[in-house]
Design a protein around this ligand. Sequence first.
Ligand code: TYD
Length: 137
Amino acid sequence: MNLDKVKIIELPRVLDERGNLSFFENEKHVPFTIKRTYWIYDVPGGEARGGHAYHSLQEFIVALSGSFDVILNDGHTEKRFALNRSYVGLYVPRMIWRQMENFSTNSLALIVASDLYKQEEYIPDFEQYKTLQQHDH
Ligand code: TYD
């Protein structure tokens, strides 16, 4: 199933008394070509973001600051990933239902994506997602 392709990716860390540094590079640490970067911030307590899947878009999510949970569901299995380290990212393949919640105060979610923003990439309804997922190869 698709959740098998989900990956927690630990990024390089350059530890330094002056402050630490981490990075990721196109197609090296992130397993796709990065075409877009966005971030989610100022999330009020108790709010959730996401609640959709993408037809072909892949994403890589890092909690640059603070913490939040990413809940992934492939139509059969659900898994919760607690992101709380700025040097750990979550790779989310295409056709995975994803939601983000439990944002801590001042948390910052960095997301890089394999394509530009296209509304037609979105599958906004879970039942529709499950139907599509059953016929997906
Ligand atoms: P959306 O991805 O729907 O966020 P969520 O699933 O958490 O509600 O994005 C919210 C709005 O932001 C949507 O109207 C489109 C806009 N948007 C862009 O213009 N570019 C982007 O890269 C993203 C991610 C969203």
